[in-house]
Design a protein around this ligand. Sequence first.
Ligand SMILES: [Zn+2]
Length: 131
Amino acid sequence: MKTLLRQVDSIRCEHNADRVTEVRVEVGPLSGVEPMLLSSAFALLASEQTVAGARLVIDKVPLLAHCEACDKEFEVNGFVFRCPTCRGNVKTISGDEFHLLSVSLSEANAEFRDSLDPSSHNCSDTHETAS
Ligand SMILES: [Zn+2]
């Protein structure tokens, strides 16, 4: 989550924007990220940073698997990793994603900017290595 916010903030700095209005992420069921928890963690962490007021949009990625025997792709329901046709083993092809898809930025808004601590606009620490 902190890595995500750091990523968002470095994009904001790159574009010299004052604030982030929307953060869109892609989350798959195998990523271990619970969308509800992600939203509340975002609200909590974002309130203290330059992403304050940004909206978090979560795109849920379907859990897809492929059966080699049938050469079919299907959505996995209830985490049953079996081919619905031949009951054979399948290979997961999507569902473990957790990526930042896009960030919407807003240009200088004097009122908003003046109300922020000036140090929050300092971009010097955004180049640390993301883990
Ligand atoms: Zn099959």
